[in-house]
Design a protein around this ligand. Sequence first.
Ligand code: G16
Ligand code: MG
Length: 215
Amino acid sequence: PVKAFLFDLDGVIVDTAIYHYQAWRRMANELGFDISEEFNEGLKGVSRMDSLELILAHGNVQLPEEKKQELATLKNQWYLELVSRMTPTDILPGVPAFFAQVREAGLKTALGSVSKNAGLILERIGMTGQFDAIIDGNKIAKGKPDPEVFLKGAEELGVQPAECVVFEDAVAGIESALRAGSFAVGLGSPDVLTKASMVFPSLENVTVSQILARL
Ligand code: G16
Ligand code: MG
């Protein structure tokens, strides 16, 4: 039986992908090249340093390790300027109603994000108390598609990965969930999230019983 729902943050609870994109784009532009929205899709769920490596390779830029650290820190400062202005109004449509149902159904909840800023964002939007466990980039060594983040989420909740349903908007996140041995529900386009058990445009108007019935 399903005992817990694990949620990605970016693209599921809030749309911080736009801020990551703006900050990475600013950095790429300063290095003399641009990144498209399509390229940005591949950065979703990917850790900060892995994202930087992908961007530098995309722009054919080689830099010493020290300079890379510097750029990652700078990008994060720009990103923090953007997310520090977030409020509960930034919670994506349907999320509060869905969480009410999850609670009603007696399911446990965990956050499974590779972002080191996840805790800050949850505070800003007032959702910290909605999770029984919070796994963020500070608790894990490997980003998605590695299963670590969701394995740890299940472990902290005291349930088996096979008893968990993961909600993800990114290809890397779906892969991470499946490798953990959990069910994966995609939020976004079925053409992109091809490996998910089912895909909805967002959590808006989605019901818990509808999901459980289809697994
Ligand atoms: C998020 C984003 C990624 C970002 C990563 C690391 O993951 O989707 O684009 O690179 O976190 O974020 P930070 O630089 O804040 O540590 P998730 O797992 O919430 O989708
Ligand atoms: Mg995401």
